[in-house]
Each structure stands twice: as C-alpha cells, then as structure tokens.
Design a protein around this ligand. Structure first.
Ligand SMILES: [Zn+2]
Length: 298
C-alpha cells in the first residue's frame, strides 16, 4: 500500500488524496514536481532522490518507492512511501520496495529538526571536483550558500573499520552511515546545521533545506557553480590559484540574497516541467506558492 493518511478520527488509513489534509496534499503535489525539476536540470537520472518531512507528522518523511522510483517517472501519491524518521521503516504495512539509501534522509531529519527537505544527487558536474581533490568554492553570487570555503566532503573510508561486513559500494544504506553523513552538516556537532550541502567523495552530494525550494535551489546552483568553476579553471590554464572566488563577506551577503529569491526560480522550474510531456503530476500542479523577493533596505 503506498502513502496513506490516517487521522485521529478514522480507524483505517485512507489512500484517497482528496481525503488528505490540504497541507499533506500540497506537499505531495510539490514533491512530485520537485522530482521532475531535478531530472529536468540533470541532477538525477534513474538514480538520486528527494524527500520531504511529512507536514502532518514531523516524525515521518515521504520518499519515492523503488518502482517507478526514477524521479522523472513518479506521478502520483501511489509512487511514494511514508517512513518513520527514527528508523526509516515504513509507517504502513505492505509497502512496496524502498530505496536502500533512505537512511540519508531519515538520519538528516532525525538530527536536524529544522530540515524539511533533502535532495541526493550523483551530479556528473560535481563529482569530478572530489575526484580531483579541488574544493567547490563559490565563483558567483548565486552560490553564496556554499560558504567561502565550499561544502565539507564526506569520505566513507574512515568508517570502514567500524563495519567489517560492509561491502564498500559507497551507498548510505545503514543508519550508521546515514549518521556519518548527517554529522557532516554541523561542524559543532549540534543539531543546527552550518552547511547546506555535503559532498560525498566518489558518489555525489546531499543538500538540505527548511523547505523544498531551498533544497532544490541549492542542488541546482551547486551544479551550476561547478560548471562555471570548471570553465574558469579551463580559461586559467588549469590553475586554481588564478580563480576569483567570493570573499567571506561576499559569500555571507550572497547567501542571504539566495534565500530571498528562490521562490522566483521555483515558479519558473515548475512551469518548465508542467509543459514537458515527459512529466506527469496526477495530484495537480502546485500553485499559489508564497512570493518572496529582495527587501528594499539594502
Ligand atoms: Zn547515491
């Protein structure tokens, strides 16, 4: 049985999204379109995923099932599974097969109460920078959220001794590995993140947000920054020392600006996938999203 909703007044869970609370129905609509957006922008192919925290029950999160699973192909609430944050086990019985990497999502939601959305990608524009051991520092104003030194990198090899039976396929397929990834989002070890992206050596990256547009924006503009950085390095003859990155203050200022303008990008991205026949959203195209924008006090 795919995603359901069981209210305190009903004995049996309902699969009819028309009976879902509007917050949950809206979240599923947006999650389906966000899957499509990530595919449209080349961040995911058959692999990679995005989840949201269940707006009705903060101890649950919603993620696509393995089949159809590919983000371009999800189209209805039937394609998703509701999991408990505490252990990444399905909330309802008789669920279809889920992703082995769901612990990425569960352990991040468990550690960081403010996180509402998690994106995981194997972006081919990002992975070469880890392979070449080059930091992904921001080279333009749309990527200030990366921080002046760029995102931290998770190297799983340090965890191998604690997992003698682990087959090193680089997947985050246990709670322990999910916790290793989640820890990387906080330098201080607290439950407040100070990084919005963690790069995963020999694998990809994970981005987080306090809403869908933040997590998706960070994924898309991390990838754009990597493409620009690669171009800049090419023009500079491969010399990293010649690259002009954002300064600390610029990165901080741009990170604030990035937060205020993401809603504009999301409306464009939603329209792009709505008119593309590859993508189907049977729950309805999200509309009436909040309008943000820059304040005039700068
Ligand atoms: Zn992965």
């Amino acid at each position: 049985m795919p995603i359901c909703f069981r209210s305190e007044y009903s004995a049996a869970p309902s699969r009819d999204t028309n009976e879902f609370p509007v917050e949950l129905r809206n979240a599923i609509q947006l999650l389906i379109s966000a899957n499509h957006i990530l595919h449209y922008h080349g961040l995911v192919d058959a692999f990679g995923h995005i989840s949201v925290r269940n707006p009705m029950f903060r101890n649950q999160y919603i993620l696509a099932s393995y089949n159809p699973g590919a983000p371009a192909l999800v189209s209805s609430a039937e394609d998703f599974i509701d999991y408990y944050v505490s252990n990444s086990e399905p909330v309802f019985d008789d669920q279809p097969r889920g992703y082995s990497e769901r612990y990425i999502h569960g352990e991040i939601y468990s550690r960081f109460p403010h996180v509402q959305c998690v994106v995981h990608s194997h972006s081919e524009a990002v992975i070469p920078f880890m392979a070449a051991r080059i930091a992904v520092k921001p080279v333009f104003h749309m990527a200030g959220f990366l921080g002046v030194n760029g995102p931290p990198v998770l190297d799983l090899s340090g965890a191998y001794p604690a997992m003698p039976s682990y087959t090193p396929d680089m997947l985050i397929k246990t709670p322990f590995l999910g916790q290793r990834l989640a820890q990387k989002f906080s330098h201080s070890g607290s439950n407040v993140s100070d990084s919005s992206v963690v790069l995963q050596d020999k694998h990809g990256f994970t981005s987080i947000g306090s809403n869908v547009q933040q997590a998706v924006y960070r994924a898309i503009y991390l990838q754009k920054n990597c493409k620009l950085l690669k171009d800049a390095m090419s023009l500079a003859g491969g010399s990293i020392s010649k690259i002009g990155y954002l300064t600390q203050k610029e990165a901080e200022g741009c990170a604030k600006m990035n937060l205020m303008t993401q809603d504009k990008a999301l409306r464009l991205w939603l329209r792009e996938v709505a008119v593309n026949p590859l993508y189907r959203n049977e729950e309805g195209i999200p509309n009436d999203l909040p309008v943000g924008g820059m304040q005039d006090d700068a």
